[in-house]
Design a protein around this ligand. Structure first.
Ligand code: SF4
Length: 243
């Protein structure tokens, strides 16, 4: 290999990455998180119906609570759209109590089960749909917001829709690459516009960001000293950052 002469250009001062550097930076961050945490195997659960109902049950709670609610539904033979439609709402609410907000979530499950009936309870053909069109349709179901719709589009229909959540917003802000529009769609566009459209990549990336926020980039005391992306992080490079 021919050695390159040292560059005469002054080094770019550390700071906010330029917009045109974002595609490479985002892929680099993905690769480092993958090396640090390994493949996450999302979505946890069995089949598209479990993913759809799990995406509702995990709203405003941890996956542990949602998982207990799913286990209760399974044990009661109620983890299907038909069973959810047939079950009285108060019985359904009692089964999903561990997920919190169980009364409104029971109503949301019923609204989604009613919507699934309009597809003959068959979501296999959702894979052939346009992602944005399916997302818009799901947003029309009572109780389905952007994050839940994106969870369903990405993890149940296996179509490209980058999932945004509070964890990802926290990491993006600390990295110093926040979008100009600090809305759900603004943060989502940061990833969607700068990454290859690749369902497997987007699936893994969201799961890795979740792991990173839980295990390292914690809300109150981020473990910057043990962070795989510290050298590209505005917050991590501050002299007073942890570690
Ligand atoms: S360096 Fe610190 S603030 Fe930055 S991503 Fe890592 S853990 Fe979060």
């Amino acid at each position: 290999m021919v050695a390159r002469p040292p560059s005469k250009r002054p080094r770019k001062p550390a700071g906010r990455p330029r917009r045109r550097d974002l595609p490479a930076l985002l892929l680099d961050i993905h690769d480092r998180l993958l090396a640090a945490y390994g493949p996450q195997g999302w979505w946890p659960g069995d089949g598209p119906m479990e993913t759809i109902f799990g995406a509702i049950l995990v709203q405003n709670t941890s996956w542990g609570g949602a998982e207990k609610a799913l286990r209760n539904l399974k044990a009661a033979g109620a983890l299907s759209p038909q069973a959810i439609r047939d079950m009285p709402e108060d019985e359904l609410a009692a089964l999903i109590r561990p997920s919190g907000y169980f009364k409104s979530k029971a109503r949301k499950l019923k609204a989604m089960a009613a919507h699934l009936a309009t597809h003959g309870d068959d979501v296999g053909r959702w894979r052939e749909r346009d992602a944005k069109e399916l997302r818009a349709e799901l947003l029309g179901v009572w109780g389905i917001g952007p994050e839940t719709a994106d969870d369903i589009v990405l993890y149940a229909a296996h179509l490209p829709s980058f999932v945004m959540d509070a964890y990802t917003v926290r990491i993006v802000d600390r990295l110093g690459i926040q979008p100009a529009k600090r809305t759900y769609e603004g943060y989502q566009a940061l990833f969607e516009a700068n990454l290859p459209v690749d369902v497997a990549l987007w699936n893994e990336y969201h799961a890795l960001l979740d792991a990173h926020a839980r295990l390292t980039c914690k809300k109150r005391a981020p473990l910057c000293g043990a962070c795989a992306v510290r050298d590209v992080c505005t917050e991590g490079r501050r002299p007073d950052s942890a570690g």
